[in-house]
Write a protein of this length. Structure first.
Length: 197
C-alpha cells in the first residue's frame, strides 16, 4: 500500500472504531438485558456483530481493496478507545435526547389520531346506540298505546281476563325481542370500550 492509502485506511479504521462504540451503546440501550441467558439475546448479539464486521469490511474494500493488516486492528482499537474516553458521555446524552424527541412525536401523532379519528367514531357510535334505544322505546310506547285503543272495546264489555292474557303475551314477546337486541348492543359497547385510552 502507498502512504496515502495507509493514511486513509488508518483514518477510516479509527472512524470505524468510533462507529462501533456508538453502535454498541445504541444496541445496548434498546436491548433488554436480564441475568438469565436466552437464545434470542444470543442471536441478536451474533447478528449485531456480523453486521458490524460487514460494515468494516465494506469500508476496507472502498479504502484499500479489502487488504487486512495488523495496523487495521490497532486503528480500530484506537478509535474505540477514543470514543469511550472522549465521546461516550456526549453521545449517550444525544441518544437520550433523540429518543425523547421521537417518543414525544409518537405521542403527539397518537393524540392527533385519537382526536380526529377514534373520538369522532366513538361519539357517532354512542349517538347511534342512544338513538336506537330511544326509537325502540318510542315504538314500544306507540304499540302499547295502539293496542290499548284496539282492546278497549273488549275491556268495555268486561272481558278483562282475555285482555290481560293478550297483554301478558305481548309484553313477554317484547321483552324477548329486547333481549335479542341487547346482545349486539353490548358487543358494540365492548368494541367501543377497547378504543379508550
Amino acid at each position: 500500500m502507498s502512504l496515502n492509502v495507509q493514511l486513509y485506511t488508518i483514518l477510516a479504521m479509527v472512524g470505524s472504531g468510533i462507529w462501533i462504540g456508538a453502535a454498541l451503546d445504541t444496541y445496548q440501550r434498546f436491548q433488554t438485558r436480564n441475568k438469565r441467558w436466552n437464545w434470542l439475546r444470543f442471536i441478536n448479539d451474533i447478528i449485531f456483530w456480523f453486521l458490524q464486521a460487514l460494515i468494516i469490511f465494506y469500508i476496507l474494500l472502498q479504502v484499500n481493496q479489502g487488504e487486512v493488516r495488523v495496523i487495521i486492528f490497532l486503528a480500530l482499537l484506537c478509535g474505540f478507545a477514543c470514543y469511550r474516553s472522549l465521546l461516550q458521555s456526549a453521545y449517550k446524552k444525544l441518544l437520550e435526547n433523540i429518543i425523547s424527541v421521537v417518543v414525544w412525536i409518537g405521542k403527539m401523532i397518537k393524540n392527533i389520531f385519537y382526536t380526529f379519528f377514534i373520538h369522532p367514531v366513538k361519539l357517532i357510535l354512542n349517538l347511534l346506540l342512544s338513538l336506537s334505544k330511544m326509537i325502540g322505546r318510542l315504538l314500544i310506547s306507540i304499540l302499547l298505546f295502539v293496542t290499548g285503543i284496539l282492546l278497549f272495546p273488549l275491556k268495555a264489555f268486561g272481558i278483562t281476563a282475555l285482555l290481560e292474557k293478550i297483554r301478558t303475551k305481548m309484553m313477554a314477546k317484547l321483552k324477548e325481542k329486547a333481549g335479542i337486541l341487547k346482545k349486539p348492543t353490548n358487543k358494540v359497547k365492548g368494541w367501543i370500550g377497547k378504543f379508550r385510552r
